[in-house]
Design a protein around this ligand. Structure first.
Ligand code: ATP
Ligand code: MG
Length: 253
């Protein structure tokens, strides 16, 4: 099962992605936590120290290695038997969580990264080695990642919104681009909900069948983001609140 978490900047993508990684890993599934955001915040949210993350080779650097082994770009698309043994060098393992970072982000004005993106796509496609494995990708803010196409092939695109028009508008764009990429399921999560009015605001903007659920504003989560080294995985009550979202994801796929 592959899930991508997207949405406007600051809506809570990383927070929700980290919580889902933790919850799925808690039911003995192997979870690949992929930071597709160049800011690599997912690692911190999972409690992986910065000095360890900064040492980790990004997935995009695996390209040369695979290329050398298989002898051509076409073979990126039949990677499965090839990556198993090299993947460990690109992972931080924490119980049954495997953290990976993508790297190789196209920067404004730089040369085209199409090959890198095609490669990253192929790697993600090759990741599900067991049908119980879960891939959770924390995408960068906004819609840039969708134009890179690295979310192609996910089973479910979660779009996080907060009660505000800007995030709702971004969600509309994400939905459209996800459809262009052939992603069949796109579901909305209303995050940081503080009252009925905010919930109604989200309900007003999305059809009920597209809404996966709501996550309440959590003072503890907000406050701890001011502390260095704070991790979402220690927020038990917040995680419990997301269990029904986890269940709904399982029902969707
Ligand atoms: N349900 C919540 N309750 C309270 N605070 C929250 C909640 N969800 C996220 N936050 C806080 O909102 C801020 C932004 O969250 P987060 O970093 O997860 O967003 P993001 O969408 O990943 O941002 P970016 O676009 O920069 O990657 C953080 O301070 C986080 O602690
Ligand atoms: Mg983030």
């Amino acid at each position: 099962m592959k899930i991508a978490v997207s949405g406007k900047g600051g809506v809570g993508k990383t927070t929700i992605a980290a919580a889902l990684v933790k919850l799925f890993s808690g039911v003995n599934r192997r979870v690949y936590a992929i930071d597709a955001d160049p800011d690599v915040c997912l690692a911190a949210a999972l409690g992986i120290p910065d000095d360890i993350t900064s040492e980790l080779k990004p997935l995009v650097e695996m390209k040369e290695l695979i290329y050398a082994r298989t002898g051509g770009e076409d073979s990126y698309f039949t990677l499965n038997p090839e990556i198993g043994d090299v993947l460990d060098d690109f992972c931080i393992c924490q119980d049954n969580i495997r953290y990976l970072r993508m790297g190789g982000v196209k920067k404004g004005g730089s040369s085209c990264y199409c090959r890198e993106n095609a490669f990253l796509n192929a790697i993600v496609s090759a990741l599900l080695l067991d049908k119980n494995d879960v891939v959770v990708m924390d995408m960068g803010a906004g819609i840039e990642h969708l134009s890179r196409g690295t979310a192609r092939g996910v089973d479910l695109m979660l779009v996080v919104v907060e009660p505000g028009l800007n995030s709702v508008n971004t969600a509309g764009l994400v939905k459209k681009l996800a459809a262009d990429l052939g992603i069949k399921k796109v579901r909305i999560i209303g995050n940081k909900i503080r009252n009925r009015r905010e919930k109604d605001f989200v309900l007003k903007h999305f059809p009920e069948n597209e809404l996966l659920g709501f996550v309440n504003y959590d003072e503890g989560v907000w406050e701890s983001s001011m502390e260095s080294g704070s991790t979402i995985t220690s927020k038990e009550s917040f995680l419990r609140n997301l269990e029904y979202i986890q269940q709904k994801i399982l029902n969707e796929i």
